[in-house]
Design a protein around this ligand. Structure first.
Ligand code: SF4
Ligand code: ZN
Length: 314
């Protein structure tokens, strides 16, 4: 297989684009796609300060690397969830990337640890058990909270995550299968900043598949953690991804058509009703009575969760 651009030996075939690329042409293709995403969805400008959430996996480290290569002003946040074994290994990958690549570009890494004062010294799983919630649900609350709080307190303009096309298409499939209207309304590569205290959230890798990002990471020697979080086992999202991968193998471009078709419909519907996500959020969000972070209730879900964990640990 030859690269369609320069005829060197190709490292990756992209059936959905009916093409193939060698290492350097793949690198150029991926960075161009990310730049297009940033522009098309008005994610941020070179003057903005960006905070990218990193987990040590391929997507988030690749996103950090690409934003640095494109010359953006980006730092990273790692939340240590205290997952035995996995957290140590992911923490190590993130630290190594910061040391070997990011620091030379003036980019810094911020580290947060799951609160120990809630009586959950052994991390997110113990905390979830204390309050009788699924681990991933408690974990999602913690990550969202820490990300937003760090972005707000350190005056970042935008928060970026490494969600890719596979993630977004799987999430869309789950939302459609369960007709979760509220989630469908909020599923977007760019969520605007809402009331003061809620930062703008963006997903600059939404045009790239998992496979394309993995190939980019290998070509560019990004040393990432290959293993999945042990708590992901049995997650519905993995089933949805598997189904979409099978459809993609039969009909290349399925994920792309599914997710981009949704974005087109969402845009048309927003234009016809002149209703934006900012309107919805601004009318419903207020500062949390305990921590001042934005919430729809008097006390935010993170503070309620921590209070329950403290009571249960007594
Ligand atoms: Fe957290 Fe679940 Fe993801 Fe593990 S799989 S990082 S516990 S949300
Ligand atoms: Zn709170």
């Amino acid at each position: 297989m030859r690269c369609r651009k320069c005829s060197n030996r190709a490292v990756l075939g992209l059936p959905r684009h009916n093409t193939a690329y060698c290492g350097p042409c793949l690198t150029e293709f991926v960075r161009t796609q990310v730049q297009k995403a940033i522009k098309a969805q008005t994610m941020f400008s070179p003057e903005d300060r960006i905070l990218v959430a990193v987990s040590g996996g391929k997507d988030s480290l690749t996103l950090w690397e690409i934003l640095l290569k494109l010359g953006y002003n980006v730092d990273a946040l790692y939340v240590d969830l205290g997952i035995p074994g996995y957290s140590e290994r992911s923490h190590e990958k993130v630290e190594r990337f910061a040391h070997d690549v990011a620091e030379a570009c003036g980019s810094k890494l911020i580290i947060q640890t799951v609160e120990e004062d809630a009586g959950a010294g052994n991390g997110v799983k113990e905390l979830a058990n204390l309050i009788k919630r699924p681990t991933c649900s408690a974990c999602g609350t913690i990550k969202r909270y820490q990300f937003n709080r760090v972005a707000y307190q350190n005056n970042y303009d935008v928060m970026a995550t490494g969600h890719n096309l596979d993630d977004e298409a799987a999430r869309l499939l789950g939302n459609v299968l369960n007709w979760q209207d509220e989630y469908l309304q909020k599923q977007s590569p760019t969520l605007p900043a809402s009331v003061e205290g809620f930062s703008k959230k963006v997903k600059p890798l939404y045009r790239m598949t998992e496979r394309e990002i993995a190939a980019y990471a290998v070509v560019n020697r990004i040393d990432y953690l290959v293993e999945e979080c042990p708590n992901a086992k049995g997650a519905k999202m993995l089933v949805y991804k598997d189904v979409l991968n099978r459809l993609e193998a039969e009909s290349p471009g399925t994920k792309h058509r599914f997710y981009w078709g949704f974005l087109d419909k969402q845009k048309k519907s927003a234009e016809s009703t002149k209703h934006t996500m900012t309107d919805i959020d601004q009318s419903t969000l207020l500062p949390c009575e305990t921590c001042s972070q934005p919430t729809t209730a008097g006390t935010c879900s993170f503070c309620r969760m921590m209070a329950r964990a403290k009571t249960a640990a007594r």
